[in-house]
Write a protein that binds this ligand. Structure first.
Ligand code: IFM
Length: 449
């Protein structure tokens, strides 16, 4: 499978999921530290306290990235590691850690791509309302300014937010992620403050480094009706508006879709003059995180939404149903996902420059004679990259692919029970073993010349 010259192959990760060292070297508490330490929130009582110990092992992990031939590495900054109280006092030891990571990547010939917010809000800011407080947008912009001032001489590629939809939905409506709220009406407020924060942070980055490239990573999935009924087809339109256009439209068209704005008054969200212009700041690219498609059905009881998602109950391991493979997250393997989302961007949003900033699969892995034969993951990656290739052939402006993820890591509410890595991690000993999928990815990259 050949990709155009300059196509970037990388891997993505986030700080809480791999770094560990949650309360040393001056780091402040994040909402994920607090959430994971609350009994009953995470499967098996797991926490990110140690995770993959990347904080200590970053040099050997970067050596592994180099061995695999990665062109780029996308990672996030743990906000309270550098600003223990969220604003004000700077923790130099935290900043030094990220400077060392960047230097090590550059020395290995790997491009660092920094994502500012992958969900580790400082607890001190949550105590002031977190994303339900409009001020959070400005706090993110200040954090962005600090990071650009510290790393901007060596980092050119930036992202403001990772998956704002998940922050709003899983953290503030479902309660499955930190801060663990079940407040459906806060969804709209949280989304608007996140998007405003995105716009302000993007401006902060450009103000610090005018040549920096700035984007955002959105989770975008194809949406299908559960049945062919009229009601379910209408549910697709609503789901599309709320889950995709609520994020794409303000960025590309400077306005929210009506399904979102209809909820502003009941949800008491204020859009102030200038907000939409701030959010629509021109971007250099958009990142797409995609794993599977959604199936939705009409649901009159889903407040403010009118639809609900449906999927099979996820057992602990992967399974097959009606000839379709599901990953151990219970997610359907639907290889055209990337093709369909890239075409949506091409056909409806002016074909912006874009990267697949996350794609991958969790399957149950076992070590046999020091090897991990993860054929299902290799097949998944192969099929999904073929979708990217097809989209490029049909004109998509997709410029790179970042596999999720390098190391088996802390999968949020699922703890360490799900393995997404192309490198196996023994969470007791911290031993790393490159899986067969990692070797396949290495040979794919090498074959590009
Ligand atoms: O692990 C997560 C990541 O943090 C955000 N995108 C989805 C991944 C798999 O669930």
């Amino acid at each position: 499978m050949n990709f155009p010259d300059g196509f970037v192959f990388g891997a993505a990760a986030s700080s809480y999921q791999i770094e560990g060292v949650w309360n040393e070297d001056g780091k402040g508490e994040s909402i994920w530290d607090r959430f994971a330490h609350t009994p009953g929130k995470i499967k098996n009582g797991d926490t990110g306290d140690v995770a993959c110990d990347f904080y200590h092992r970053y040099a050997e992990d970067i050596a592994l990235m180099k061995e695999l031939g990665l062109h780029a590495y996308r990672f996030s900054i743990n906000w309270p590691r550098v600003l223990p109280d969220g604003l004000g006092r700077v923790n130099e030891k935290g900043l030094d850690f990220y400077k060392r990571v960047v230097d090590e990547l550059l020395a290995a010939g790997i491009k660092p791509c920094v994502n500012l917010y992958h969900w580790e809000l400082p607890q001190a800011l949550q105590d002031q309302g977190g994303w339900m407080n409009r001020d959070c947008a400005a706090w993110l912009a200040d954090f962005a300014a600090l990071m650009v001032e510290s790393l901007g001489d060596r980092v050119t590629d930036w992202m403001t937010l990772n998956e704002p939809m998940m922050v709003a939905a899983l953290g503030h409506v479902m309660g499955w992620h930190a801060p663990g709220y079940r407040k459906p009406l806060q969804f709209f407020k949280v989304v608007h403050h996140l998007m405003l924060g995105h716009g302000l942070a993007a401006r902060s980055i450009k103000a610090g480094e005018p040549d920096a490239k700035v984007g955002i990573a959105l989770d975008l999935r194809p949406i299908y009706p559960l049945t062919g009924s009229k009601k379910d087809r209408r549910a697709v339109v609503k789901a599309d508006a709320l889950m995709r256009r609520t994020f794409l439209d303000p960025i590309f068209h400077g306005e929210y879709p009506p399904q979102f704005t209809d909820q502003l008054w009941p949800a008491r969200v204020k859009i102030e003059p200038g907000d939409m212009q701030t959010i629509a700041v021109p971007l250099d690219y958009v990142g797409i995180n995609t794993y599977t498609r959604d199936r939705v059905r009409f649901n009159r009881w889903a407040i403010g939404m009118g639809f609900s998602g449906v999927g099979p109950e996820a057992p602990d391991g992967e399974f097959e149903q009606d000839g379709v493979q599901y990953t151990s997250m219970g997610w359907e393997v639907y290889p055209p996902v990337l093709y369909e989302v890239l075409m949506l961007l091409k056909n409806e949003y002016g074909n912006p420059a874009c990267y697949v900033t996350e794609n991958g699969a969790a399957f149950t892995d076992t070590v046999v004679d020091g090897r991990v034969h993860d054929e299902k993951r290799t097949a998944y990656l192969q099929a999904h990259l073929a979708g990217v290739r097809q989209a490029i052939d049909e004109g998509s402006n997709c410029r790179g692919y970042f596999v999720w993820t390098l190391l088996d890591n802390f999968e949020w509410a699922e703890g360490y029970s799900k393995r997404f890595g192309i490198v196996y991690v023994n969470h007791r000993t911290q031993e790393r073993i490159v899986k067969d999928s990692g070797r396949w990815y290495q040979s794919l990259i090498a074959a590009q010349g």
